[in-house]
Design a protein around this ligand. Structure first.
Ligand code: CA
Length: 216
């Protein structure tokens, strides 16, 4: 999980980015103008900034100066793609031209975080080892076959470990908003993960809510 600052003055786009990056397990803070973005950057610490260029208050370049080395992905309309940005791209980690696909942004975010080493590529618990790059799971160094949903559920639990997650939230994060299979699906997959990966002692049931992966 990373702390991400989203700076975008169009609320609907800002909100769409927040929702998508939250679903992949990141904690997002939103700013709708350059001045509040600069204030947030001065007072907080972020692992990544998603930064629009054309902003009220300060523009994206001015905000970038306040980011002081925080990994930054610029969002820009194609017409704003000036020489200045090309120069900045030496320092900025990446940029995307609007309109862009959410999947593309999410992929760039993960790539930058990985490059700046804010994201773990592997996680070990008990005899279980999970590699996020290859999406492979091992138990005592033997590969364990997981279905795509089992794997995604495991990764969400790991990236949000020690946090209680409701069945509804897990359903949203792994199966998506339009899935209508019900929360029982979550229970079934949790049982399988516990059994397959010997995680009975680590995946705790949170009474009347959902589950929590506990790293002891
Ligand atoms: Ca804008």
């Amino acid at each position: 999980m990373a702390e991400i600052l989203i700076v975008e003055d169009e609320f609907s786009i800002n909100e769409l980015i927040r929702r998508n990056l939250s679903l992949t397990g990141h904690r997002c803070t939103q700013a709708l103008d350059g001045l509040s973005a600069a204030a947030l950057l001065e007072n907080g610490s972020f692992d990544l900034v998603v930064l629009d260029i054309m902003l009220p208050g300060l523009d994206g370049y001015q905000v970038y100066e306040k980011a002081l080395g925080t990994p930054t992905i610029f969002l820009t309309a194609k017409s704003e793609l000036s020489d200045k940005l090309k120069g900045l791209s030496m320092g900025a980690d990446d940029y995307l031209t609007k309109p862009f696909q959410m999947l593309e942004l999410a992929a760039r975010v993960e790539a930058v975080l990985r490059r700046t080493k804010k994201i773990e590529t592997e996680f070990t618990l008990g005899g279980m080892r999970c590699n996020f790059d290859s999406r492979q799971v091992f138990l005592d160094e033997e590969i364990i076959e997981c279905t795509p949903k089992e794997y995604e559920l495991l990764e969400v639990l790991i990236r949000n470990r020690n946090i209680a997650l409701s069945r509804e939230k897990l359903l949203d994060m792994v199966w998506g908003y339009d899935f209508d299979g019900g929360t029982r699906t979550v229970d079934v997959h949790i049982q399988r993960l516990r059994h397959k990966l010997h995680l009975e002692d680590y995946i705790k049931t949170v009474y009347k809510l959902g589950y929590r992966l506990e790293e002891v």
